[in-house]
Design a protein around this ligand. Structure first.
Ligand code: A3P
Length: 291
């Protein structure tokens, strides 16, 4: 039984599927040929890994704790996704150093980033929480495919046949090629969760933008889950109901580590662990799975 009408259209580009509502062949080509500037900061994530959170963190660091931008400019206007169709227009209208976002896998941006001094921040999150967050997001975001049951969506996720491709390829692609990028910061959702202030300091050092104690305190408050949940510039409530149905679930859903236990069965978790062990055997990455 399918519920309310969906607006999903799928765009396939270099073997990866993308939500057609936001991506076109042209916008994806624009991204893969993106002209990075040395003053750019690029936030890179697999979906549902803390993208919006990092957009707020970088905004608050760059604004040195001043909340005006975070309270007046939607996240997609201050940190556009380079692969989404509206990016060129947003950038034309913007001034100063650019904050950019992408969900693209490394391979699609490798040549555009080659030789660039742009700063790249990669945020990763434990994939059990990612898949659960992604599943509930598909339920409320009408421009994404109906995810079916969790079990069906989980199989697609493990096979990499979801939007933006395989989580495994994404994290391994970016982290194993970090040495090819001049300025690269790797941080996890869990680290931000466990120590938001320390994470803000880490990002501020990386961006060479030091904050005074009270500026840091303001940034920490603004980037907290409760504040962000209520800030319409980052909680996606400005998006029309037909596109994101907040009666089906919130974008700022739970903001927890280990919430996956409430959705995974034991068998699903066991199967996931086996796939994870085999796909991540060649990676040094370690994740925090629960608190
Ligand atoms: P949940 O669905 O698990 O709650 P993205 O921005 O990449 O789409 O990621 C969205 C996820 O990040 C959601 O996870 C959302 O609640 C969580 N998130 C956003 N801001 C957060 C914050 N300040 N603290 C903790 N989690 C946050």
């Amino acid at each position: 039984q399918r519920e309310m009408a969906r607006l999903d259209v799928t765009e396939t580009f270099q073997g990866i599927i993308f939500p057609g509502h936001l991506h076109t062949q042209e916008s994806l080509r624009y991204a893969t040929n993106f002209k990075f500037q040395d003053t750019d900061t690029l936030i890179v994530t697999y979906p549902k890994s803390g993208t919006t959170w990092m957009q707020e963190v970088v905004t608050m660091v760059s604004c040195r704790g001043d909340t005006v931008k975070s309270q007046t400019q939607p996240n997609w206007a201050r940190a556009p996704w380079i692969e989404q169709y509206y990016c060129p227009d947003v950038l034309k209208a913007s001034q100063g150093p650019r904050l950019l976002t992408t969900h693209l896998p490394y391979e699609l941006l490798a040549s555009a980033l080659q030789g660039s001094k742009a700063k790249v921040i990669y945020v990763a999150r434990n994939p059990k929480d990612v898949v659960v967050s992604y599943y509930y997001f598909h339920k409320m975001a009408k421009f994404l495919k109906d995810p079916g049951t969790f079990s069906e969506f989980l199989s697609d996720f493990l096979e990499g046949t979801v939007y933006y491709g395989s989580w495994f390829d994404h994290v391994k692609g970016w982290t194993s090629n970090a040495r090819n990028i001049d300025n690269f910061l790797y941080i996890t959702y869990e680290e931000m969760w466990e120590d938001l202030r320390g994470s803000l300091m880490k990002v501020s050092r990386f961006l060479q933008c030091s904050l005074l104690e009270d500026e840091l305190t303001s940034a920490q408050k603004t980037c907290g889950f409760n504040t962000m949940s209520q800030n319409c510039m980052v909680n996606y409530t400005l998006i029309p109901q037909e596109i994101m149905d907040h009666s089906k679930g919130k974008f700022m859903r739970k903001g927890q580590i280990g919430d996956w236990v409430n959705t995974f069965s034991q068998e699903q978790s066991h199967n996931f662990d086996e796939v994870y062990a085999s796909k991540m055997a060649d990676s040094m990455l370690k994740f925090v799975w629960e608190t």
